[in-house]
Design a binder for this molecule. Structure first.
Ligand code: NDP
Length: 303
C-alpha cells in the first residue's frame, strides 16, 4: 500500500513530489507517457522566479525531477488508465494494467491546449505557433501576430500581446466574441488589435524555419486569403486531462476538477493541483504553488 501517489509529472506534480518526499512520504509519481506537461512544449520561460536569464521549460522540468528524486521520490512511467475509490478511503489506480493501492492521491494531470489539428501547426510548434502569450509573447516584440479564438483567453492573450507586438489580429470563426463584455470592450478600445470575423485558419504557412503567414477561409463565402504574420497564438480553449475521473470526482462544466482552496476534492485524501483544477491563472508558478499546497495537505491528512 502506497501512502501517496501523485498523478502527473508536470511542474505541479513535481513540486508536490519535492515537498512530499522531504516529508518522508516516499511518493510514487505516475509520470504519464508525455512526461513533463506543458512546459515541455515551450522554449524559454522568462517569468519563473529565480531565473533572470530565463530557463528552458524542459530544463526546468528536468531539474525539478532531479530534485524530487534526490529526496526519495519514485517514478513510474505510463498513463493512469483507471481510478477507483475503495472502502475505507483507499484508492486504486491502474497504470499500464498494474493496480496500485494508496491512502492518498494528488491529481496533477494538467490540461492540454486545444489545437486546430493541422500538420503545419505541428511543424511550426514553438517556431511561431504558441499557446501562451505570457510565456512566448515577448519574442514577438515589434512584430505582427495573430490570435485564434473568441473567448476570454483569446481576448486576454491579445491584450497581453498588444503591449509588445506591433499589431494583433484576432481570427474568429464566428461574427462575435463569446468573451465577457469587459474583455470585449478592452479589446475593441485597443487600437493595436483588430478582428477578422467568420474565418477559420486553414493552414499555417512558413519558410521551413518560422511562421510567415496564415491562410484563412471565410466560413460564409468559402473564399481563402493569406495574412502575413510572424506568429500564431492559439487560444481556442484548454482541455483538462480528467476523463479518467469523470463520475468519481466533481468536475465543472468545462471538465476541471472542483477542489477547495486547500486543494481538497470531494473525496477524503484526494487532492487536485495545477491546471487540472485551475482555469484562471494557468501559470507555471501557480501550478507549482498548488503542488506545494496539495503536498502539505496530503501530509496533514496522512498524519
Ligand atoms: P472558451 O471555451 O471560452 O473559448 C474558446 C474559443 O475558441 C471560442 O470562441 C471557440 O469558438 C473557439 N474555438 C474552439 N475550438 C475552435 C477551433 N477548433 N477552431 C477555431 N476556434 C475554436 O475557452 P477560453 O480558454 O477562452 O476560456 C475558458 C474558460 O476560462 C472560460 O470560462 C473563460 O471565461 C475563463 N477565462 C477567464 C479569464 C478571465 O476572466 N480573465 C481569462 C481566460 C479564461 P466558438 O465561440 O465558435 O465556440
Amino acid at each position: 500500500m502506497e501512502k501517496l501517489v501523485i498523478v502527473g509529472a508536470g511542474i505541479s506534480g513535481l513540486t508536490a513530489a519535492i515537498y512530499a518526499s522531504r516529508a518522508n512520504l516516499k511518493p510514487l509519481v505516475i509520470a504519464g507517457k508525455e512526461e513533463g506537461g506543458q512546459l515541455m512544449l515551450t522554449t524559454e520561460v522568462e517569468n519563473y522566479p529565480g531565473f533572470p536569464e530565463g530557463v528552458l521549460g524542459p530544463d526546468l522540468i528536468a531539474k525539478c525531477r532531479e530534485q524530487a528524486k534526490k529526496f526519495g521520490t519514485r517514478f513510474k512511467d505510463g498513463n493512469l488508465e483507471a481510478f477507483a475509490a475503495k472502502p475505507n478511503n483507499i484508492y486504486e489506480l491502474t497504470v499500464e494494467g498494474e493496480k496500485i493501492e494508496t491512502e492518498s492521491v494528488i491529481i496533477a494531470t494538467g490540461a492540454s491546449a486545444r489545437t486546430l489539428g493541422l500538420e503545419s501547426e505541428k511543424k511550426y510548434w514553438a517556431k511561431g505557433v504558441h499557446t501562451c502569450a505570457t510565456c512566448d509573447g515577448y519574442f514577438y516584440s515589434g512584430k505582427d501576430v495573430v490570435v485564434v479564438g473568441g473567448g476570454d483567453s483569446a481576448c486576454e492573450e491579445s491584450l497581453f500581446l498588444s503591449k509588445v507586438a506591433n499589431s494583433v489580429t484576432i481570427i474568429h470563426r464566428k461574427d462575435a466574441f463569446k468573451a465577457s463584455k469587459i474583455m470585449q470592450e478592452r479589446v475593441f478600445s485597443n487600437s493595436k488589435i483588430k478582428a477578422v470575423w467568420n474565418s477559420a485558419v486553414e493552414e499555417i504557412l512558413g519558410d521551413g524555419k518560422k511562421v510567415t503567414a496564415v491562410r484563412i477561409k471565410d466560413v460564409n463565402s468559402g473564399k481563402t486569403t493569406e495574412l502575413k504574420t510572424d506568429a500564431v497564438f492559439l487560444a481556442i480553449g484548454h482541455v483538462p486531462n480528467t476523463a479518467v475521473f469523470k463520475g468519481i470526482l466533481d468536475l465543472d462544466e468545462n471538465g476541471y476538477i472542483i477542489a477547495d482552496g486547500r486543494m481538497r476534492t470531494k473525496l477524503p485524501g484526494v487532492f487536485a493541483a495545477g491546471d487540472v483544477h485551475d482555469k484562471i491563472y494557468r501559470q507555471a508558478v501557480t501550478a507549482a504553488g498548488m503542488g506545494c499546497q496539495a503536498a502539505l495537505e496530503a501530509e496533514r491528512y496522512i498524519q
